[in-house]
Ligand binder design. Structure first.
Ligand code: SF4
Ligand code: SF4
Length: 118
């Protein structure tokens, strides 16, 4: 079974999170594991979620993230009341500028970010 938000080979989640278009793989959308997708969980309000996800959708460079890294960020920072551990969240609440390379765990990484990197 595929994701209910994946219809006629189109990801309807882009109406909410347009930057998802930068992910080229549809594997998760076409699989039984679609409920592991952070966007599916945000849109369907399945989890408690940081209020800044729309802002991060607009500002963060998803094109540099692989999908596993998105899941890592969602599960370790954006979901389940863990936003207070996010370096970006702290800057947003203080209304400070956010460096483009800053990651939620505080590392500064330019270019492609993949899950499991050192
Ligand atoms: S699995 Fe995620 S990315 Fe794919 S259609 Fe569903 S919500 Fe969108
Ligand atoms: S926890 Fe951090 S990365 Fe996630 S939405 Fe909030 S500010 Fe953005």
């Amino acid at each position: 079974m595929s994701c209910p938000l994946y219809k006629d080979f189109t990801r309807e989640c882009v109406k909410h999170y347009n930057r998802i278009l930068q992910f080229s793989s549809y594997d998760i959308c076409e699989s039984d594991n679609y409920d592991e997708c952070p966007l599916y969980n945000i849109i369907n309000k399945k989890v408690e979620c940081c209020e800044y996800t729309p802002a991060c959708n607009e500002k963060m460079d998803f094109g540099n993230w692989d999908f596993e890294y998105l899941k890592y960020v969602a599960n370790n920072f954006c979901f389940y009341g863990r936003k207070g551990d996010c370096a970006i969240y702290k800057l947003r609440t203080e209304k400070k500028a956010i460096p483009r390379a800053l990651q939620p765990d505080g590392r500064m990484i330019e270019g492609r970010v993949t899950h499991g990197m050192e």
